[in-house]
Design a protein around this ligand. Structure first.
Ligand SMILES: [Zn+2]
Length: 255
């Protein structure tokens, strides 16, 4: 049950946070601060530690996150998990930046997926997923038409930050939720589910980006095509789960 899950998560998260607290306390001592680590010190020292420990060069990392490769990675995971295939189709869409793919399973049409990934002046900020047409069987069968809208910087080739790539996977998780919908009535189709469930498929899907096999295959250098070096990959993954003890304690205590 829910209470048991929260309790199971609580102990290791708290242990991790306490361990992190020790490290931050040491940093304070090294700076000649004699007091104990207080609540308001946490974020300041956590950021300092992130900079010192991970020493991640965002620009260096970016060369490995090509938009096209990350789209291919999201599609590949969906193929392996759900047997979906994606074939790009040329359609007259509302903007020349938009791309469309026909989504099939066992040869049968499942959905049309549209990606509108680049920032432009007329777009509101952020990233989202909408169904232009939601799946339903009644009064007549209709396949979903789903769109992901993002605000990535346009360049050639388009390169993403790690956060951008995670956003792409997150929104694609929502898109899968829409595309794999299999209900009778449009009213309960796709992401038309209770509030506390709607972010589950998207948040789960984000984690596929962190799977080393996925990064090894798709996070290739924009110029050389080489896979991400092992140490950069490890550093990137460590940075991605950095301060998780604190974050987990924070959201479990608010549940
Ligand atoms: Zn979301």
């Amino acid at each position: 049950n829910v209470l048991k899950l929260l309790k199971d998560v609580w102990q290791p998260a708290k242990a991790r946070a306490e361990q992190d607290a020790g490290v931050l306390q040491e940093m304070m001592r090294a700076e000649g601060v004699n007091g104990d680590l207080e609540k308001w010190d946490w974020r300041y020292y956590a950021e300092k530690r992130r900079a010192a420990e991970f020493d991640l060069d965002e620009a260096q990392l970016k060369s490995y996150f090509q938009l096209d490769q990350m789209i291919a990675a999201a599609f590949d995971c969906a193929n392996r998990l759900f047997g979906l295939s994606f074939e790009e189709v040329k359609l007259p869409l509302y903007h020349s930046d938009c791309r469309a793919w026909e989504v099939r399973r066992d040869g049968a049409h499942v959905a049309l997926f549209i990606g509108d990934y680049f920032a432009r002046g007329s777009k509101r900020s952020g990233a989202w997923c909408s169904a232009m047409r939601a799946q339903a069987k009644f009064p007549k069968a209709q396949a979903p038409i789903v769109i992901n809208v993002c605000n990535f910087a346009k360049s050639d080739p388009a390169l993403l930050s790690y956060d951008d790539a995670r956003t792409l996977f997150h929104e694609f998780g929502h898109a899968l939720h829409q595309m794999l919908s299999n209900v009778t009535y449009e009213m309960i189709s796709g992401t038309a589910v209770p509030r506390d469930f709607v972010e589950l498929p998207s948040q789960l899907y984000e984690h596929w980006l962190d799977v080393p096999e996925v990064l090894a295959k798709f996070a290739t250098h924009a110029e050389t095509g080489a896979a991400m070096p092992q140490d950069l990959l490890e550093k990137g993954l460590a940075a991605a789960t950095y301060d998780m003890g604190f974050q987990t304690v924070e959201y479990v205590s608010s549940a």
